[in-house]
Design a protein around this ligand. Structure first.
Ligand code: HEC
Length: 203
């Protein structure tokens, strides 16, 4: 018991010596036992920061930043759906011209051709490596899809196909849709599409 009391008094004294009275004001820095929790190699929001010209840590938004939940997507160009409905828009809602088509061809070659093939028939390079289930874009069901649905497939993917929304900007997605339509059209031509003066040569 004696030793215990002596030990207790020593411990209490030691705690007071090291930590001081509760609420005591001190000019000395406080003791930080695990200081890597308090002091981390990072900038806090209001801290000055010499890295940026305006010396702030918190920077203002990049122009064009869209807040989550701002209903930015509720727009036919951005989501391929008729406003106020969940129906896909039938026709590409941006101007289709030669430059969009050329852009679509280039983007298709980068993002879709590896799987769907240059002709859209599902014979891309990935087939050699065992991807045997790539859809042919000439499938009548896919030919019959609304433009907005193909846009939606590019954005979010479908079944086994992953989404490419984060990789392909909106305008380019519509450009790809236009090019996919051109690929499909290339196999759906009728004799009447051939100029009259060369039509006879077909037979
Ligand atoms: C990594 C391979 C891969 C890439 C890259 C890819 N696809 Fe696909 N795509 C698939 C597969 C696999 C399917 C069949 C999905 C299923 O039905 O399971 C498919 C299906 C589709 C379909 C049919 C969807 C439906 O309604 O059934 C469309 C349209 C399509 N892809 C368009 C595209 C376009 C456009 C691109 C380029 C932006 C692209 N894909 C890139 C693998 C790919």
């Amino acid at each position: 018991m004696r030793y215990f009391l002596a030990g207790l008094i020593l411990t209490v004294a030691a705690v007071f010596l090291i930590a001081g009275k509760r609420g005591e004001v001190s000019r000395k820095p406080s003791i930080e036992i695990f200081n890597d929790m308090v002091r981390q190699v990072k900038f806090r929001p209001q801290h000055p920061n010499g890295f940026f010209g305006n010396e702030r840590t918190s920077q203002t938004f990049v122009s064009g930043t869209v807040a989550r939940g701002s209903h930015w997507e509720d727009n036919v160009v951005n989501n391929g759906k008729i406003p106020g409905t969940t129906n896909f828009v039938d026709v590409i809602p941006v101007a289709v011209n030669e430059s969009l088509m050329m852009r679509g061809r280039q983007r298709y070659s980068i993002s879709c051709r590896p799987c769907h093939g240059a002709l859209g028939d599902g014979n891309g390079i990935t087939k050699k490596f065992g991807m045997a289930v790539v859809a042919t874009l000439h499938d009548p069901r896919i030919v019959g899809l609304a433009d907005g649905e193909i846009f939606n497939t590019i954005t979010h993917g479908k079944n086994l196909m992953g989404g490419y929304g984060p990789n392909i900007v909106i305008q380019d997605r519509w450009a790809i849709v236009a090019y996919v339509r051109a690929l499909q059209r290339s196999r759906l031509a009728l004799p009447e599409d051939v100029p009259a003066d060369t039509r006879d040569e077909l037979n």
